[in-house]
Design a protein around this ligand. Structure first.
Ligand code: G1P
Length: 266
């Protein structure tokens, strides 16, 4: 399944560096989706009937939840064929223009309520420029599922990327540092992607283009803080669903009791 989300950060670097407030967010979101994923567009669309009903019933808290996303401009583009993550990013070229942008892969979810993973990458970007890849170490048995980074340690969490390999065999992995679905990428990547031949799995790999980018511009790997879930994996999806539900103020406690009961009776 192709990753559904690619998220550009439509701000010039100058503006990006302007202030240190944490208020500024991402203003435009481009979702690169594919065949059969219209539900995503419907999810973020307005729902006039539902909104009118909630207003009538004075359910203003629920109404506010719907309106929460109303200020964000969401755009959509279709990747016609599943030609890989690199190709999906290339679909966004015209939209992005000549600006650095953020990419979030929809099946990598990170829990860090105090400092979201992308915010951490933006902080690195604002200090260093270049491109920044969100990474964490994975078990050696898992390296063949990820883009793996080889780099030069700069400080505790930061590396300068020297090389990368997409889904290496365990014995070929240069490290256990995996790229986990969060990136800030220089617009130079588009030109490189246009010349990137299909790689692993016959798909155009972002990793292959990033590897070339790292030879031409600074690319950093940042070991972000946060609990990461892999929604592309059945167990990962279940873990995320259960744990996020347990964290909720409204239903968390009930859900905890329900789970305890379930575990004992099953
Ligand atoms: C993609 C990337 C890979 C990255 C991973 C993160 O792989 O190609 O480099 O480490 O996302 O989840 P995919 O999961 O699409 O196979």
């Amino acid at each position: 399944m192709e990753r559904a989300f690619s998220l550009p950060q439509r701000r010039r670097r100058k503006r990006c560096c302007q202030s240190s407030t944490r208020r500024r967010g991402i203003e435009d979101i481009l979702i690169v989706s594919g065949h059969g994923k219209r539900a995503i567009e419907d999810h973020f669309d307005s729902a006039p009937t539902l909104e009118a009903e909630l207003r009538k019933k004075k359910k203003f808290d629920l109404l506010a939840k719907i309106e929460e996303t109303a200020d964000i401009r969401i755009h959509y583009i279709r990747q016609r064929y599943m030609r890989g993550l690199g190709d999906a990013i290339l679909c966004a070229k015209a939209f992005m223009g000549d600006e650095p942008f953020a990419v979030l892969l929809g099946d990598d979810v990170v829990y860090n309520p105090d400092n979201p993973a992308l915010r951490q990458l933006i902080d690195v970007y604002e200090n260093r420029g270049g491109s920044v890849l969100g990474c964490q170490e994975v078990a050696m048995s898992q390296v063949s599922s990820y883009g793996i980074v080889e780099g030069e340690q700069l400080d505790g969490r930061l590396m300068r990327v020297m090389d990368m390999v997409e889904k290496p065999l365990t014995e070929e992995a240069p490290s256990r540092l995996a790229v986990l679905g969060r990136y800030i990428i220089s617009p130079k990547i588009f030109e490189l992607l246009e010349h990137t031949a299909p790689g692993k799995g016959g798909e155009v790999q972002l990793t292959d283009a990033l590897k070339v980018l790292a030879k031409e511009e600074a690319v950093y790997a940042y070991a972000f803080e946060g609990l990461r879930y892999d929604l592309g994996d059945k167990l990962g999806f279940l873990k995320a669903t259960v744990e996020f539900a347990l964290r909720r103020k409204d239903i968390g406690e009930h859900f905890r009791r329900y789970l305890r009961n379930m575990v004992e009776t099953f």
